[in-house]
Write a new protein. Sequence first.
Length: 508
Amino acid sequence: MTADPLISIRHVTKRFAGVTALADVSLDVQPGELHAICGENGAGKSTLMKILSGVITDFEGTYLLRGGEVRFRGTRDAEQAGVSIIHQELNLVEQLSAAGNVFLGREMRTRWGLIDQRAMDRAAGELFDQLECRISPRQSVRSLRIGDQQLIEIAKALSLRAEILIMDEPTSALTQSEVERLFRVIDRLRGQGVTILYISHKMDEVFRLADRITVLRDARWVDTVRRDQADPRRITHLMVGREIEETDLSGPRAAGDEILRVEHLSLPWPGHARQWRLQDVNFSLHQGEILGIAGLMGAGRTELLESLFGASTERPLGKISLGGRQVNFRHPAEAKAAGVGLVTEDRKRLGLFTHLSVGENITLCTLDQSCSAGLIRRRHEDAQAQGIVERLNVKTAGIEAPIMSLSGGNQQKVVIGRWLLTRPGVLLLDDPTRGIDVGAKAELYRLMDRLCREGLGIIVTSSELPELLTLCDRILVLCEGRQTGHFLRAEATEQRIMEAATARTVAG
């Protein structure tokens, strides 16, 4: 006999500025299960989770929790009812410490009413130990990479001891070893009776963890199936309404002239025992080629791209040549002018202008092309933005829509489109498919392949090795800032890359 549902939603609908984010969705969640929610970007997954966790309070329909109807007034109400959410888009205060973020708004206090920093540090340290991560409770969040920041969000949710835990793409910025750590935490939570709603685009995660899988498509419920009665191909078909073929980019790409050469690149790390974020890195990039950068968290992938783009906090040492001419970018504006573009890892904080529209975000770097006599030709600007929307299949109500009304994957397409308008010769992509669904990933892979065949040189980082093996002509491997491997497509395997990424061997 099936237990009474812990959560029941009935005929829930939510609209934003003329866009229907959820349409008449009904769903049950059983106590103690891990229930996966799958769907393409814009399918309504995050909107549904925000309703369940009290982030969105205005909606049509009924929400039943433990058999009683609820209408949360905010996330604090939801947390008091035992519901907590880990957002895909991080909500941390950069100026505070790791412990300060974990207990923000719930600070521990002494019997005299003062903040008990020592107690918070101790409790945060225990949570980080659970996650098997090396984050100091006193460390400033601003100094941490996005993967570590995501682990702080997870620790924050764990600290609430929630009965219902909602995880929205929790592994999107984690390396494989960190993902395995998180899975061990999830297994422990399930052993304690915690009910988990888990949003992911990654079918291997869904079929590793889920008891049941619900698929949303175009804001509507499509089906709920038991894991043992489905396979990844069926779920993908339900998500997109069509079969997705394996993306095959194995056809030869003819590399052209050398466009970028990096010699003995090193990046100082003042005050750190390791001294160097990057040390003696060497490689080249040709027109029409995709070079992948692999490595575990802290290997220096992001720092390498920032050094090439003139965005590193310290001045890199060594020699960077672009088109045969040595360059020394002191600011990203100089890199942009020279034909280098960077799509950052942290989309929300560094990639988007959240108060602007979709169109304004697209054209921001190329406004000079739409100016005449100092005035913006709005029709020309709109035409450029609309062209990118159509070319990248951005799902939006229009170019005037607020950028934050888009799903994460469509926001990423906007950032990529912004750089494509600058007509770069070298495009740097830092984990570009983070938080993007399988259909959109395939679109992006094909776009990158097409751009390369048109002569663009691309450097891409990713924490997903299958992605690099699919995309790249060559793969450079970093370990703690050092270059430990360099593989041609025909030589590269997950095992060889992981051996180099853990410095068990110097390969290539």
